[in-house]
Write a protein that binds this ligand. Structure first.
Ligand code: ZN
Length: 205
């Protein structure tokens, strides 16, 4: 992998699930001044899927070497499309609204595409899904993300998805705390900031 990729700061994976961290990669999603894109190019997509352990280092390196710019650009567009459909469905869920039908159709298309590229391999221990020839396809990171998203959406974990209590943040996370009372994506970033603000408000009151 080119050194430049390693030089960029690591992703904050406080969402607790790759599919949620993926949604959070459009930072400040609801900010009036517009969001900040953390998946700005194909190299970012490789870095993100490697950090979330969807791709291993060998897979990421092979893709970085093999993929042509056109396929990379197309894959990045797909990643953004999948992410925004996922965001629409999950923020709907958090706010108690049904997901927009268009988002569900988009997710369905990606989930189908993902499973169409898997091959059933027969190992000594039994059958297992494998990426086979898809290993060197530019879209592999998007299929990996589709699989992570479908696993999350069809699991009980859906009940424990929350949005960060900081209005300026709203990042999604999996609330695995004992009493399900976690409020912040990241205590160091949002929890302390909000506490400081409340402290300030009390002093001014
Ligand atoms: Zn937050």
């Amino acid at each position: 992998m080119p050194q430049a990729l390693e030089a960029r700061p690591p992703y904050d994976l406080c969402g607790g699930h790759p599919a949620l961290d993926f949604v959070n990669s459009l930072d400040n999603r609801f900010r009036e001044g517009g969001p900040r894109e953390l998946l700005a190019d194909y190299a970012d997509l490789l870095r993100f899927t490697r950090q979330t352990r969807l791709l291993d280092t060998g897979q990421a390196r092979r893709l970085a070497d093999a993929v042509n710019p056109r396929a990379a650009a197309r894959t990045l567009r797909s990643a953004h499309e999948l992410r925004e459909a996922l965001a629409a469905a999950l923020y709907g869920g958090v706010e108690g609204r049904p997901p927009p039908p268009a988002a569900v159709r988009t997710l369905e298309r990606y989930f189908r595409g993902m499973s169409a590229h898997q091959e059933l391999k027969w190992e000594r221990s039994g059958p297992a899904w494998d990426w086979g020839r898809a290993e060197t396809n530019a879209a592999l990171p998007v299929w990996m993300l589709s699989r992570a998203a479908s696993q999350l959406m069809l699991s009980e974990a859906m009940l424990f998805i929350r949005a960060c209590g900081a209005e300026s943040c709203r990042w999604l996370f999996l609330d695995t705390s004992k009493n399900h009372t976690r409020r912040w994506c990241n205590m160091q970033v949002c929890g302390n900031r909000m506490k400081a603000r409340r402290f300030q408000a009390r002093r001014e009151a």
